[in-house]
Design a protein around this ligand. Sequence first.
Ligand code: TZP
Ligand code: MG
Length: 212
Amino acid sequence: MRTEDLLVYLVTDRSLCRGRSLEEVVAQAAEGGCTMVQLREKEADTGEFVELARALHRLLKPLSIPLLINDRVDVALAAGVEGVHVGQSDMLPEDVRRIIGPDAILGLSVDTEAELLDAQNRPVDYLGIGPAYPTLTKKDVKGTPWGPEGLRRAVGQSAIPLVAIGGVQRDNVRAVAGSGVAGIAVVSAICSAPSPAEAARELAYAMKEGTR
Ligand code: TZP
Ligand code: MG
């Protein structure tokens, strides 16, 4: 994958879109400059999940913005998207890699230093490290937030590009960028923003400035 695509990574949550459709929010985020999208659906049934993935892919493919699916390898294959993101209790990265092939994008979540170190030998393209800051979006986050200093240390321990997730928003994005991570992954900062386009634009600007 292109490491630049990790810069501003939108992770979706339909329940946070303030009554707007997911397509609308993702289209706006793309217009504003988000570089990658993960469709994360905890409630949808499988058929609906595939349909949503297809709808987002129709929108993102022409813009060359990769689309990944959270957890569900079958949904990713059915919709023909660019990759999959798994957590620590999902299918093993080795098994996902065998199914999706060498060229698809594969990401893994790490919450602790032990998970970060263990992940170094896994066949993944990036690690989502979190929570960077306290967040209300995911209820079952493990461990204390990494903060900019923790992220900086993690960057020094990882040969795999890191994406900081959890509580990242306009007020702290510069500190995160300065930690050396390859990118940020955000849910509420874009999905819940009055203008997802404007929110993505500000985050992209700060990340470009902060990671040079
Ligand atoms: N994984 C770790 S924290 C998190 C996920 C999915 C939620 C991040 O949401 P927000 O709104 O960007 O804090
Ligand atoms: Mg999972």
